[in-house]
Structure formats: C-alpha cells, structure tokens
Design a protein around this ligand. Structure first.
Ligand code: NAP
Length: 286
C-alpha cells in the first residue's frame, strides 16, 4: 500500500456576517457524537470575495481543501451561480445553502424546504393530512422554499402576505405558483378560516419589531409555525398556545436543514434529537 492516510474532511459555513451562525455548534455536536474526525468552521466571506471562493472550491490546488459547506446570507444566490450542478430544489429556488464537491465539480442543494417539512413531520405529525388554506407571512428567500414545500405537500390554496406587494407578485411569478396575494395591512383578514400559518418574516426576532397579528380568525384546528427561533418561543407561538392551537418552533427547521450536508461531507446520517435541541437552546439562552 502506498499513499498518505486520508485527511479528515473539512466543511464550512460561509456568510457575511457569520459570527451569529449556530451551524458550527450543530455539526460539531454530530461529529463528536458519531466519533468522526472532521471539522466544520465558520468562514467570514465578504461579498466581493464570494464568487472567487465558491469557484475555487473544486480546485485541488486550493489550500483550504474543503469537501463542501453551508452558505448563508447574503451568498445563497452567488453560490448558486457558481455551481456546476444543482438539485431540482435549488434550481427551482435559484439559491443554494449546501455545497459539495464531486468528481472535481461543485454541486449545490437548497435544503430549507426539506428542513421545514421534516420539522413539521417530527413535531406536528399529520400536519399535511387535510391541507386547508395556508397563510405565508413574508416573501423573502426563506418564503420561497416554504411556498414550494407547502405546494409539494398538497396545499393547493396559499395566501401570501407581504409588506412589499411587488415582491410577493415576483415570487408567485418566479415559482409559477397560483397564490392569493394579500397586502400586509390585511393580514388579519387573511387568517379567516385558514388551517396553517407560517411566519417567514424577521418580525418577532430579538432586535426586530414585534409581529402584530390577531390569530382569532384561524381555524380551530390550525397549525402555527415560525421560522424565527431567537427567541424560541416567539410571541406568535405563545399567542397560538393561548388559543389552544398546535404550534411548532423554528429551531427544528434549522437542525433538519443541516442533515443533508453532513451526510454528503462526512458520510454518516446524523439524527435530530431532543439532546441536540437542548444543546443549541443552551447556547441561544446564553
Ligand atoms: P429576507 O429575504 O430578508 O426576507 C425578510 C421578509 O421579512 C420579507 O418578506 C420582508 O418584507 C419581511 N419584513 C422585514 N421587516 C418587516 C417589517 N418591519 N414589516 C413587515 N415585513 C417585514 O429574509 P429570509 O432569508 O427570507 O429570512 C426570513 C426569516 O426567516 C429570518 O428571521 C431568518 O432568520 C429566518 N429563517 C429561519 C430559518 C430556520 O432554519 N429556522 C431558515 C431560514 C430563515 P419586504 O419584502 O416588504 O421587505
């Protein structure tokens, strides 16, 4: 036998800024738990360096030697355009959050939608069994993934509520979805009789304004979920609880969207467990 032992696989999360990212905590937890000799590190990537960084990834001469990584705000579209191949999910959204190298080429996937549905499958079993009308608040990058995921799970009637109406119209056009587009001022009315509500805006997050919304019009068996996970128990979820509605927090989406990348880079399937949740929550509460 010749050759040196295989180097431990190295992965990254690239964003700008990046210090707030909990992805290193998640992946390092799994690496330790599964006894894998790999690394996962944050990379602070300025916008003017992003294209060169992503295009350089499949280059064997590049000193970093990464096997892949995650991409976060504001680089998801640039990373998409740098890929040689993307999954159908990424193609539909025009953005990637997961990269890996295969046969010298750069591959990209967008796992936000899969993370969203896996979270609901885990914590609100049967949530898509009788899909009524769904209401999506927000029309940003995350909303696109959620809209595609809801449509794929059989939600045929979706109301999209956004502050900037033109952005919501653009989303419907880009995704080729038949959405009921509703101005932000009429968000309360939009809830009347709806069976599913998701907040994809940044409202309710620490440091952002509150989400001002009366949930009393929702169907009595409605499910409410929030993409915001800092705080974990948002005012929206607390209000849903007071009305006796089922609710699911946004942390599970963050954990589940991380699984496919880990599988690609480290060749093992990690689990989203209560212990992992507790590990991340302890950090969020610091
Ligand atoms: P984004 O592209 O910047 O979109 C932000 C959305 O929030 C837009 O619809 C925007 O409306 C709306 N918004 C912001 N301020 C508002 C205000 N004052 N009043 C009304 N609407 C307002 O962001 P994103 O990438 O989609 O992320 C959205 C949220 O989801 C963030 O909190 C992010 O942390 C969270 N997220 C969580 C996960 C997870 O795993 N749990 C994954 C992805 C994202 P306009 O179009 O009018 O500007």
């Amino acid at each position: 036998m010749t050759g040196s032992p295989q180097a431990a696989p190295r992965a990254f999360v690239a964003g700008w800024p990046i210090a707030h990212s909990r992805s290193p905590l998640i992946h390092r937890y799994w690496l330790a738990q599964l006894g894998i000799a790999g690394t996962y590190d944050p990379v602070a990537l300025a916008p003017n360096q992003a294209q060169a960084f992503f295009r350089g990834l499949p280059n064997p001469d590049q000193a970093d030697g990464f096997v892949g990584g995650n991409v976060t705000i504001p680089h998801k579209q640039v990373a998409f355009s740098a890929c040689d191949h993307v999954t159908a999910a990424a193609e539909r959204l025009g953005s990637v959050n997961t990269l890996w190298i295969e046969n010298g080429a750069l591959y990209g996937d967008n796992t936000d939608g899969a993370g969203f549905t896996a979270n609901l499958d885990q914590y609100a079993e049967g949530w898509d069994r009788h899909p009524g009308r769904a209401v999506v608040l927000g029309a940003g990058g995350a909303a696109r993934a959620i809209l595609v995921a809801l449509s794929a799970r059989g939600f045929g009637r979706i109301s999209l509520v956004n502050r900037t109406l033109a952005r919501a119209q653009e989303v419907a056009r880009d995704l080729n979805l038949d959405l009921d587009i509703i101005p932000w001022e009429r968000r309360g009315e939009a809830l009347a009789g709806a069976g599913f509500l998701v907040n994809t805006t940044s409202l309710g997050m620490h440091g952002s304004p509150p989400l001002d919304l009366d949930l009393s019009g929702l169907s009595r068996d409605a499910i409410v979920t929030d993409l915001v996970y800092v705080p974990l128990q948002t005012d929206l979820l607390a209000a849903a609880g007071r009305l006796g509605l089922r609710s699911v927090d946004g942390l599970g989406m963050l954990l589940h969207q991380a699984v496919p990348g880990f599988v690609r880079w480290f060749k093992a399937r990690p689990q989203v467990t209560d212990e992992l949740r507790a590990h991340i929550i302890a950090d969020l509460e610091r």
